[in-house]
Ligand binder design. Sequence first.
Ligand code: C2E
Ligand code: CA
Ligand code: CA
Ligand code: CA
Length: 281
Amino acid sequence: ARRSERGPIEFFHTEMHAAAVRALQVEAELRKALTQGGLQVWYQPIVELANLRTTSFEALVRWPHPTLGLLSPGEFIPLAEALDLIHDIGTLVLERVCADLREWAGRLPADAPLRVSVNLSARQLARPDLAAELLAAIDRVGVARERIRFEVTESVLAHPDGPAIDHLHALRAAGLDILIDDFGTGYSTLSYLHTMPCNQVKLDGSFVRSLPYDQRLRAIVRHSIELAHDLGMTVVAECIEDEAQLEILRAMGCDFGQGYLFSRPLDRDATFNRLHNPAPE
Ligand code: C2E
Ligand code: CA
Ligand code: CA
Ligand code: CA
């Protein structure tokens, strides 16, 4: 009823204004969270499929928002990219991961699975000095480089002339592992894979989901795992949610897995508990 009183154009204007104000609020809140310690890093266990022991973790950024609840990166990374804050978020995540690793290393037995994967976005990799900056950040905290692995998506590898590939070569040469994330969702997989400076692939969750119901997909995944192995890479499957998916991936020789079947992403304290007890329940 209020709509017709104001007329459509005035209504539209008011709505747009409200949306713009909201966007500005969220922007201000994100900047504040970034500078005042309001972003958190959670960790999702990655298990060895043969025995279900936790062998490493993936770092996943979270924003506990005062009114909107715990926000996932899908809800604020696009905004962060638009505001050009993604680099600051990346730095914050890596520094937090290194600080956590150093603290935990001092409190846990030497064989604790203290290895963490950190996501790098295409935009971060476009930065000219990124590899040197990442290595400097790791060394500054004093964490062994072997404890950190970076995850990059296939789309990054599809542009072999940008700085991204050079960064990955530099990181590999410095002793870090590189993992291709969302493997299988890009277009250029086969033409680029053998030249890439990476030593792990992470099979995308969209494949894992349909495995039990799709025989042709099983053939593709089985051969992808074999291909990765032949190229000297190990394979992680993400988004494993049930036993049927687990059994199929195991039978195909997939090395590692991640997903709600094993564990949801954990906050810091829960991660420390998991590090104490890496064996399955
Ligand atoms: P991704 O790298 O593919 O991360 C896996 C996503 O799958 C995570 O979502 C994780 O919580 C979710 N997941 C894990 N197990 C399951 C499962 O069994 N079922 C289902 N349905 N989902 C599962 P999340 O944490 O919301 O992250 C979304 C994306 O945001 C990530 O996708 C990654 O691309 C990006 N991201 C997360 N943290 C960072 C970061 O620190 N830096 C950058 N640049 N990107 C990040
Ligand atoms: Ca990832
Ligand atoms: Ca992924
Ligand atoms: Ca994914």
